[in-house]
Ligand binder design. Sequence first.
Ligand SMILES: O=P(O)(O)OC[C@H]1O[C@H](O)[C@H](O)[C@@H](O)[C@@H]1O
Length: 300
Amino acid sequence: MSKIILENPWATISQSQLANDIDVININHKLCQAKVSLYGGQVLSFIPKNQQDLFWLSETSAYEIGKAIRGGIPLCWPWFGANDKQSPESAKTSPAGNHGFARQVVWQLDNVEVTSEQVVIDIVFQGEKQHSMWPNAFQLKQTLCFGSHFEQILTMHNLSAQDAEYTSALHSYFNVSSPLFISIKELEQAAFFDKLSGKNKTKQPIAHCVGPIDRVYEFSKAVKLIDSKWQRSISIESNASQWVLWNPGEDIANSMADIHPKGEQNFVCLEAAQTTWQNLPAGKSAKLRQKITVQPLVNS
Ligand SMILES: O=P(O)(O)OC[C@H]1O[C@H](O)[C@H](O)[C@@H](O)[C@@H]1O
């Protein structure tokens, strides 16, 4: 069953159920189509007119409260990866879990606006004492703009009287012809931390993005993910200071139930990230944003 939220000459916005307690907002605009899961506050799909989906979504993802959806743009917050502040004792009783809790909670639809150019969706999640490693009261708001391009703005408000620290990433799974045909020239200028070897590495050429590859690049400028087979260029700009590049490769992917067989051969994760702790003073807010534009290769 689908419920119409808004309908006008430019767009139809509806809400439907993906699974028990998991609702999705469906966007059908004259310039694009998109889907946003309220569980996880997660963009699942964005298809600009005459394009393939920009995002990859696993066919075997669990749609289940307590598990993250595999694909689209999971939000890593209030920590990215393992929480390195957690002591082994505390991990025994209340493990922090990878990438924080924001991708495993139900967000609320706050506002929808439609113009001839775009659909703007605001979703919010407000909480307190969500985890012993992040007890502060907070509000998260995502402003998601879907038109001929896509923009995502995450606003984090610390509503408590205590300062807090966060790490975060907009963990985009880009839909690609194959990691074999992907190049990201801009990142070749940057040093990176290789999560696989645990070592810092100097800049090096990226011949392809076939995994296993798991790197944190110190680079804040815009990047272009060039897909030479599909002849498209995906430009991403962000206010983050790092880019995380991840593809699990065949062996790790085969061990992950929520990646469908050979699924790793159709995505590259390129994540606007802050993996070092950032201060979020009491009563203050901070923003993490990205803007994604796709173009045929000949015009880029
Ligand atoms: O399986 P998840 O918790 O979603 O994490 C998936 C991946 O996310 C990031 O890109 C990290 O750099 C990887 O180390 C991690 O394996």
